[in-house]
Design a protein around this ligand. Structure first.
Ligand SMILES: Cc1cc2nc3c(=O)[nH]c(=O)nc-3n(C[C@H](O)[C@H](O)[C@H](O)COP(=O)(O)O)c2cc1C
Length: 180
């Protein structure tokens, strides 16, 4: 039986992709998983823009992964790139951010990306969450309005690699009960 823990344990960041399109219904289920993610005050700060048109994707990648950001150009080989656009949330969230010193909208963004990545894993697809890209150029190409920003990208496609697991802290290093 496939458990959630198996799914989480099998997921890897995928940086090489097959030249095979992603079925639209599979992409939609991944987007749906992201849409259903929890968020601070239920503010749902993200919009997910799936770049699937090959010509637009080419231009997008050229802009987003240029110069300083060329290390993440591998994502151009993915048939889909999802731009995760966030705004800083409503007044309640912004006040909460200030008081707590935590950018809750960024926490929300990360949670929804994890939902997306795990849903993709469940569909037999590979993802890489990408933070290293030119957010200004990326936003311009997609017509992202003033006040919102592309915070993360997710490349999506059928994996052409099976990377060995990256090391993780041991359970004892990462977790404890009742005391730090
Ligand atoms: C918020 C975030 C940003 C990331 N940005 C990048 C990136 O810019 N380039 C990249 O190659 N991988 C990026 N990654 C993938 C991490 O490097 C990867 O998750 C980590 O090394 C653990 O490997 P695994 O995902 O295969 O378990 C990012 C992951 C997260 C969660």
């Amino acid at each position: 039986m496939k458990t959630f823990l198996d799914l989480a344990a099998r997921r890897r960041s995928i940086r090489k992709y097959l030249d095979r399109p992603v079925e639209p219904e599979k992409l939609d289920r991944c987007l749906e998983a992201a849409r259903l993610a929890p968020s601070a005050c239920n503010s749902q700060p993200c919009r997910y823009v799936a770049v699937t048109d090959p010509e637009l994707k080419r231009k997008f990648c050229e802009a987003a992964f240029s110069g300083l950001y060329s290390a993440t150009r591998f994502a151009a080989a993915a048939p889909v790139i999802v731009a995760v656009v966030a705004d800083k949330g409503n007044l309640t969230v912004r006040v909460g951010n200030l008081v707590r010193g935590t950018s809750f909208y960024l926490v929300d963004t990360g949670i929804s990306c994890a939902h997306f990545a795990l849903a993709a894993q469940d569909e037999g697809l590979g993802t890489c969450i990408i933070g290293w890209f030119d957010a200004k150029k990326a936003g311009k190409i997609l017509g992202v309005p003033f006040g919102k920003r592309v915070e993360l990208l997710i490349s999506l496609g059928y994996p052409a690699e099976n990377p060995t697991p990256r090391p993780r802290k041991t359970f004892a290093e990462a977790c404890s009960r009742n005391r730090y």
